[in-house]
Write a protein that binds this ligand. Structure first.
Ligand code: GLU
Length: 587
């Protein structure tokens, strides 16, 4: 059944915001602990977290606290990660969960081994390059995201299970307890979730019955501060806790997902139970490069994140950034120019390497990037053209796939020094807006190019059966010259993720900021177009100086969600993004 969308006019919006703030204040009176202090002006105060043994930084205090309980019991980084992800699915359902996909890096300290896992969603086997075309034309992106067509086969559960089999210490089932208890006993709706529902960040939110009933009980958006339960999700988790990933990919949950996708009133999809049953998370080699004395490592294809972040860093390696203030026209100019060159290559060459030839080594080749860096001069370079990295297939055509900012990132270091860096996503806020058994399904397939070809030539990131859409997710780790883990970092933010992560790493490595300062540093971003400066921050003050260098500048909200940990001589330091409502904490 289709339920009417919740329409809101400006008056109602103001009224409801007031109610939200009031209910948040009243709920604070009774809440045992104020979990979300002073959110409302777009930033919450965050202070550097310090610890000696272990640490978690995530986008929500419930998730961080649950992860810490697992680490306190002697759990490994992956044990804590499973708990963190399940709690995030419940308390930050708009951003990630078992209905979506993820990429992660695992650092096994005892064996000095870095592994990366690809839990990216896959296109159903019945999909082809025309998936997002109607009457020979590309669909409107905003129409394509809702319903079943954009739902990829989810990867999070398979990825976590695979990592747990390799590195877990505590029993799988124990790692679901916190999320089950919270789902049954209730949790407080965060200001971020409350605002996302109220503002209808996703215009399709509320179109489907199960989603409507969960987020708009009694026809009204659930407000921040409300205590919410999700018994359906608790039942789902019990099943996965008991049966492992086969409880998700086979049997009734899989059938319900497939039915919801194929019977969606808008854009029915093409998924089959075989697509679900055949999903596999893949262990892949990480992509690493030296940046000065540090080894920086990220995730390879199908995400563009690892390669593009590395390109930005290497393009800036010889520019002596440390001589400039972090927030200066010089730093922002150089960073924007490196961003332009890196995004040009990203657009042309990066996609799922299991389907198209991606010159991974060539794209991060030191000599190639040294040559490219010569294109950076004192004036803005205009639109950058892709280069020709070694072993490139120069025939791919670039095409747009606008990724919208939702997603979440968390970083963990356990007692033994193992690290986990995971970026997890259902794509758009609230994904496809289709909810099954208490969780939302992704709309990740909209990260593919809607066009199959351009000017008669194929686009690398076109839809193909069983392919994984190109991502920007950039879970990263940094090591010192002796292979000691120094930093765990990542962020949501659509294709701006790459800028956020690269800039935060430079904050620590070049500008000597602590991780909280690096995360809080106002953003300047370039994706081979105009330069974006973060609204209501000192970054906006760089506008004139950058315009004088030829930049086209916009001042706008830049919603990262950086969560990171740095190991210093004194111990662990953690930072959480003031632009969200998260928490870094350790012991
Ligand atoms: N779908 C995007 C990607 O995979 C992530 C969206 C976001 O960060 O909000 O890169």
């Amino acid at each position: 059944m289709r339920t009417p969308t919740y329409h809101i006019n400006k008056f109602l919006l103001i009224l409801s915001s007031t109610i939200i703030s009031l209910s948040f204040i009243t709920s604070n009176v009774s809440a045992k602990e104020a979990r979300y202090p002073e959110f409302g002006n777009g930033r919450i105060p965050q202070v550097l977290a310090k610890a000696s043994e272990y640490m978690v930084s995530s986008a929500n205090p419930y998730a961080t606290e649950a992860g810490l309980r697992i680490l306190a019991k002697g759990g490994s980084a992956i044990d804590a990660a499973i708990t963190v992800q399940m709690v995030l699915n419940l308390v930050e359902p708009e951003s990630s969960g078992i209905g979506g996909g993820a990429f992660s890096l695992y650092w096994d300290k005892a064996n000095k081994k870095l592994t990366s896992y690809d839990g990216r969603e896959k296109a159903p086997m019945n999909a082809d390059g025309k998936l997002f075309q109607e009457n020979g034309k590309n669909m409107n992106w905003w129409e394509a995201l809702a319903g079943g067509r954009a739902v990829g086969v989810p990867g999070v559960v398979a990825m976590l299970e695979k990592t747990h089999k390799a590195y877990g210490k505590l029993p799988w089932a124990d790692l679901f307890e916190d999320a089950i208890t919270l789902a049954e006993d209730g949790f407080e709706i965060s200001p971020k979730l409350g605002a996302s529902i109220l503002n209808k960040t996703n215009p399709a939110l509320g179109r489907y019955e199960e989603t409507w009933e969960y987020f708009f009980p009694d026809g009204e958006p659930i407000a921040a501060g409300t205590i919410q339960t999700n018994p359906d999700f608790a039942m789902t988790l019990r099943r996965i806790a008991l049966l492992g990933s086969k409880g998700f990919y086979k049997g009734q949950i899989a059938i319900d997902i497939v039915d919801a996708v194929n019977e969606a009133t808008d854009n029915p999809g093409l998924m089959t139970v075989a697509d679900m049953a055949n999903y596999e998370a893949i262990e892949r080699p990480p992509v690493c490069a030296m940046y000065k004395a540090y080894k920086v490592c990220g995730m390879g294809p199908p995400t563009s994140g690892g390669m593009t972040v590395i390109q930005i860093l290497k393009l800036l390696e010889d520019k002596n950034l440390a001589q400039y203030k972090p927030l200066s026209a010089e730093s922002a100019h150089l960073f924007a120019q490196a961003g332009k060159l890196a995004y040009a290559d990203r657009g042309k060459y990066m996609a799922d390497a299991d389907f198209v030839n991606v010159p991974v080594e060539g794209l991060i080749d030191a000599d190639y990037l040294k040559e490219r860096a010569k294109l950076i001069v004192d004036k803005d370079m205009g639109k950058a053209k892709a280069g020709t990295p070694p072993n490139a297939n120069a025939n791919w055509k670039d095409a747009k796939s606008p990724e919208q900012p939702s997603t979440t990132h968390f970083s963990i270091i356990d007692k033994e020094g193992n690290g986990f860096s995971m970026t997890s996503s259902i794509e758009m806020a609230f994904g496809s807006t289709v909810m099954v058994r208490g969780f939302l399904l992704n709309n990740q397939l909209t990260d593919f190019s809607f066009s199959e070809e351009k000017d008669g030539e194929l686009v690398a990131n076109r839809v193909q059966a069983g392919k994984r859409p190109r991502s920007s997710m950039s879970p990263f780790m940094v090591f010192d010259k002796d292979d000691n883990l120094m930093m765990v970092i990542g962020s949501p933010g659509g294709s701006r993720i790459i800028n956020y992560v690269a800039k935060t790493m430079l904050g620590v490595l070049e500008w000597n900021l602590n991780i909280q300062e690096a995360i809080s540093l106002p953003h300047f971003v370039n994706r081979n177009g105009g330069t974006d400066l973060e609204k209501d921050t000192d970054a906006a003050g760089l506008k004139e100086a950058l315009e004088a260098k030829g930049h086209k500048v916009s001042v706008r909200d830049l919603n990262s969600g950086l969560h990171g940990i740095v190991r210093t001589r004194e111990g662990l330091e953690g930072g959480a993004d003031p632009r969200r409502v998260g928490k870094a904490q350790g012991k």
